[in-house]
Design a protein around this ligand. Structure first.
Ligand code: SF4
Length: 374
């Protein structure tokens, strides 16, 4: 069994290759829940809008998941969100939402469309859900559709992290592409890897190398299961080098994100780290769950604060879209994106000077749509 590069203890977290997080005092909200501020039927909602998928998690007052959904952003993140809310409404989950959190690369988009109370980055949200479920967590591995991250914990609290958004090797999109190229459904990819008795040696330094080496070995007649097992091993090694960057991986190791479904990658990571890996039951929606937990914490800090949430039914049956235009008022030529909910512009971004933050200003895109002269 191969072992990852392991150096130092938690002191290794002082290393400059790790981005440090402020160590926070224990959250009072974690202890304060005794039902005083919350009644039966109170819910917290988390929405995680990523580049490939949108995830929704609904919790009860104790923070336990009562509903989850995972939607591919095939028609774009806005239609995925609206579809998610339709499914929530169809399931009868329309009442009791007290506070809402959003996360993911589309968290601001989600905030303006649904009306969120808390907006948090992916690291905070994933770490929150993982430590809620596993207070003894040492390391969190998260591999999603287009990025990979690692979070280091001390005494149940996140103290440092790394993120890899540059190299696609090992991410969900990369694996989808390789599975399609090899002609097997992505759901069976991991099972194929486990069948191998003699994994091929695949260069996994980056996605481009891995793919060209895979094609080369395929042309040499390697068996499909050996190619896939070799690819999983290469991607696990790539993760340890490029994301963990040689930092100490402390148990308990929790693996979440869409790629955690892949038993081949899971086994390759266990072999590489020499440690057992825990995959939580709701591994696909941990970011959304964390956002819901953070919203719950914020609510418990001051339950009298009103929510900004627009409501499940209202969102499910509303219209939302985005449109873009280029501002030609100066040489910067900013690309402005505007978000329109129920025919009203609710947000704009992309302007360097801030002039388009004035939502009362009619944009060239709106004038074009209305057929009006500028
Ligand atoms: S938004 Fe402002 S900075 Fe950007 S092109 Fe227009 S005037 Fe220039």
């Amino acid at each position: 069994m191969a072992h990852g590069t392991v150096r130092g203890g938690i002191s290794a977290l002082k290393d400059k290759r790790v981005r440090h997080l402020p160590v926070r005092a224990k959250s009072p909200a974690r202890e304060s829940f005794g039902g005083k501020a919350l009644g039966r039927g109170d819910r917290f909602l988390g929405v995680d809008v990523g580049s490939v998928t949108t995830k929704i998690a609904l919790t009860d007052g104790d923070g336990q998941i009562v509903y989850e959904d995972y939607i591919r952003n095939e028609g774009g993140p806005i239609s995925a969100m609206l579809e998610g809310f339709k499914r929530l409404a169809d399931g009868g989950w329309t009442e009791g939402v007290r506070y809402v959190g959003t996360t993911g690369s589309g968290r601001l988009l989600a905030k303006v469309i649904i009306g969120a109370d808390v907006v948090k980055n992916e690291i905070s949200s994933h770490a929150k859900a993982a430590s809620f479920l596993f207070p003894d967590i040492g390391t969190l591995i998260d591999i999603g559709g287009q990025d990979s991250k690692i979070v280091f914990f001390k005494d149940g609290y996140p103290v440092g992290f790394n993120m890899n958004t540059v190299c696609a090797a090992g991410t969900g999109s990369f694996l989808d592409h390789q599975a399609a190229r090899l002609g097997i459904p992505i759901e069976e990819f991991g099972e194929w890897a486990l069948r191998s008795k003699s994994p091929a040696r695949i260069a996994g330094r980056c996605g481009v190398f891995a793919e060209s080496d895979l094609i080369h070995k395929q042309q040499m007649g390697y068996r499909k299961e050996d190619l896939i097992a070799g690819l999983c091993a290469a991607l696990a090694a790539n993760y340890v080098t490029n994301v963990a960057r040689g930092q100490k991986i402390r148990p308990r190791v929790v693996f979440q994100g869409g790629v955690a479904a892949n038993v081949g990658i899971r086994k390759a990571l266990e072999d590489k780290l020499g440690l057992p890996i825990t995959v939580p039951p709701h591994f696909k929606v941990m970011g959304a769950w964390g956002a819901a937990l953070l919203a719950r914490e914020r609510f418990l800090e001051d339950p009298s604060r009103p929510t900004a949430f627009r409501g499940v039914s209202r969102i499910a049956f509303s219209s939302a879209r985005s449109r873009g235009f280029e501002c030609s008022d100066c040489a910067n030529s900013c690309e402005i994106q505007e978000i329109i909910v129920e025919d009203r512009v609710v947000a704009r971004w992309g302007s360097k000077c801030g002039k388009w933050e004035d939502l009362g200003r009619r944009s060239p895109a709106a004038l074009d749509e209305a057929g009006a002269c500028r």
